[in-house]
Design a protein around this ligand. Structure first.
Ligand code: ADP
Length: 488
C-alpha cells in the first residue's frame, strides 16, 4: 500500500502513532500546487509529551549503553526504509519537488544507505580510552576517558533535502546513544511522518527513543530549543533562525550544532579550462532549483576571461529547462513554495535595481502556469558588495564576478559572512594549494571533486554554523566526555 494516503500521516510520540492535538495542516506538491493531503499539527501538549518520552527513554533504559542493540536497530531501520523505498520516493518527489534523479542519491537512497555508517560507528567506536596512571598532587590515579551520549537531542530540519538532513541527524545521534525529538519543516511533513510509521511498525527502536513532531507553527521548534529537558539542539536551516536557536538555547546552556546558510564561491584560476569550469558551475547551481546551502552561487573568474565565462555559463543555464520532477531527465524542479519563489524574485529585482545584467533567465518559465518554477538565471556586472552576491537566494541563480588573480579571488571568496563550501578550478597544484589553504570554508571541491559522503564531515566556518555533520566528527558532536580517575 502506498504511504501516500492522507490518513496515514501521524506523529510519533513515546512509540505511538497518533494525531496532532492541533488538528491537521496541508502539505502541497510544489510542482503542481495541488494539496497532497493532511499532516498532523502538533500542539504544545504533543511537544511536551514527546520531550517527556525522549527524556524517560534516555534516563530509564539501557539504550545509551547498549551499543550492539543500537547498531541492530539502525540496520533494521535501514532495511525497512529500503523495503519501502518506492513509496518514500513517491512522497519525496511529490512533497519536496525533488527531481527523481536526486532520489537515487542525496534526496533518499544515499542517506538511507548511510545509516550503515552510523550503525558501524555504534559498534566500532572506541568508547573508552585508557589514559594510564599519573600522580597529580601526589595521588597515584589510573585514568579512563569515556565517551557517552549527551541525552535528549532536539533535531530541527529544513525542507530542501529532508531525508538527507533528517538521517544525518538521526543516524549519528542514535548511534551515539541519544534519544531524539525530530521537528521537521512545515513544508515537508510527510517525509518525516512516513519514517515515523516505519520506525513504529518495522523496528525494535524502543518507545520514546525517536519522536517525530510535525507542526505548521515554527513556535514548536522554538519551544523545543528552550525546554530544560533537552540537552542538545541539532539544527539545519537559515542563519537568521540559527541565531534565534542559539539565543533560545543559551538560557539552559544547551549544546547547539548549527548548519546554516552559505554563499559559496566557485573560483576559476586563469590556467583552468574556463568554459568547462564555468559550465560546471552553471550546471551545479541549477540542481534542485538551487535549493542547497552548499551550492557555489558566486562564480569568480579571471577578468580577461569574464565574457568567455559568461558565455559558457549562459549556454549551460539557457539549456536547462525547469520542469516536472517525476521525469527522469529533470535536474531543476520547482521551488518549494510560492513564498520561496517570491523571495527569489525579490532578489532578482534587487539585482536589476543594483545594476545587474540578467544574461539568461530572470523570471518564471513560459508554458508552466502551475508550480513554483523559476528560470535558471545568470547575473553579470554586479560586484561582490551587491545584495545578490552577499545574501543566500536559495534559487537557481548564479552571480558572475571578475577577479584580478589568485589572491584577489581569495579576497573576494572570503569577503562574505558565510563559509560553508566552495570550488577551485585550475591546473597548477601549487596554485590550487595556495588558494584552498586560504579560503575560509568548511568544504571545498577541486576541479569537480565531490566532498559529500557519509564519512566526510560537513559544516561551516563563520556564520555558516558551528560544528560538523557526518563523519566521525559529526558523530562526536553527539557525545559527552567523562574522565574517571581511580586512586591506586
Ligand atoms: P527556511 O527559511 O529555509 O524555511 P528556517 O531556518 O526558517 O529555514 O527553518 C528551518 C527549520 O527551523 C524549520 O523546521 C522551521 O520550522 C524551524 N524554525 C523556524 N523558526 C524557528 C525558531 N525560532 N526556533 C526553532 N526552530 C525554528
Amino acid at each position: 500500500m502506498s504511504l501516500l494516503t492522507a490518513d496515514s500521516s501521524q506523529l510519533l510520540i513515546g512509540g505511538e502513532l497518533r494525531p496532532g492535538g492541533g488538528g491537521t495542516f496541508e502539505t502541497v506538491n510544489p510542482a503542481t500546487e495541488e494539496v497532497l493531503g493532511q499532516a498532523p499539527d502538533a500542539d504544545s501538549a504533543d511537544l511536551d509529551a514527546a520531550i517527556g518520552a525522549a527524556r524517560t527513554a534516555f534516563d530509564d533504559t539501557d539504550w545509551s549503553r547498549d551499543h550492539a542493540f543500537r547498531a541492530h536497530c539502525l540496520r533494521q531501520l535501514r532495511t525497512a526504509l529500503q523495503a519501502d523505498a518506492e513509496a518514500l520516493r513517491e512522497i519525496t518527489i511529490a512533497e519536496v519537488g525533488a527531481p527523481l534523479m536526486l532520489t537515487r542519491g542525496p534526496q533518499l537512497e544515499g542517506p538511507v544507505d548511510d545509516l550503515e555508517y552510523a550503525a558501524g560507528l555504534a559498534e566500532s567506536y572506541a568508547w573508552e580510552t585508557d589514559l594510564g596512571t599519573a600522580s597529580p598532587m601526589g595521588i597515584k590515579s589510573s585514568r579512563v576517558l569515556r565517551r557517552e551520549a549527551i541525552g535528549v537531542v532536539g533535531a530541527i530540519t529544513p525542507w530542501n533535502f529532508p531525508h538527507q538532513i533528517n538521517f544525518a541527524k538521526l543516524g549519528p545521534a542514535l548511534a551515539a546513544g541519544n534519544t531524539v525529538v525530530l521537528k521537521p519543516a512545515p513544508d515537508t511533513p510527510w517525509c518525516a511522518t512516513s519514517v515515523g510509521a516505519i520506525i513504529a511498525e518495522h523496528t525494535d527502536i524502543p518507545p520514546g527513543v525517536v519522536n517525530i513532531i510535525t507542526s505548521s507553527a515554527h513556535e514548536i521548534g522554538s519551544a523545543l530549543t528552550s525546554d530544560p529537558r533537552v540537552d542538545m539542539i541539532s539544527f539545519t536551516g537559515s542563519t537568521a533562525t540559527g541565531r534565534a536557536v542559539m539565543t533560545n538555547a543559551a538560557a539552559t546552556l544547551k549544546k547547539t550544532f548549527l548548519e546554516l546558510g552559505g554563499k559559496s564561491a566557485f573560483v576559476i584560476l586563469d590556467d583552468a579550462d574556463i568554459a568547462a569550469a564555468a559550465g560546471f558551475a552553471a550546471f551545479s547551481v541549477c540542481v534542485h532549483a538551487g535549493q542547497g546551502c552548499a551550492l557555489t552561487t558566486r562564480l569568480l573568474v579571471p577578468r580577461a576571461a569574464y565574457e568567455q565565462a559568461i558565455e559558457a555559463a549562459a549556454a549551460t543555464m539557457g539549456g536547462i529547462r525547469p520542469g516536472d520532477p517525476t521525469k527522469p531527465g529533470t535536474i531543476c524542479g520547482p521551488l518549494i513554495s510560492s513564498a520561496q519563489r517570491a523571495r527569489v524574485e525579490h532578489y532578482l529585482s534587487l539585482a536589476r535595481a543594483e545594476g545587474g545584467r540578467i544574461v539568461v533567465g530572470g523570471g518564471r518559465p513560459a508554458g508552466l502556469d502551475r508550480g513554483f518554477f523559476i528560470e535558471p538565471t545568470l547575473i553579470a556586472d554586479l560586484d561582490n558588495g551587491a545584495t545578490a552576491a552577499r545574501e543566500e537566494i536559495f534559487g537557481p541563480v548564479l552571480v558572475v564576478i571578475p577577479h584580478d588573480g589568485d589572491d584577489d579571488a581569495i579576497r573576494i571568496a572570503n569577503d562574505s559572512p558565510y563559509g560553508l563550501s566552495g570550488s577551485v578550478w585550475g591546473t597548477d597544484p601549487a596554485r590550487i594549494d595556495h588558494v584552498t589553504s586560504r579560503i575560509r570554508t568548511g568544504t571545498l571541491g577541486v576541479n569537480g571533486g565531490i566532498w559529500y559522503s557519509a564519512d566526510a564531515p560537513f559544516g561551516g566556518y563563520k556564520q555558516s554554523g558551528n560544528g560538523r555533520e557526518m563523519g566521525v566528527a559529526g558523530f562526536e558532536e553527539y557525545l559527552e566526555t567523562k574522565l574517571i580517575a581511580t586512586a591506586g
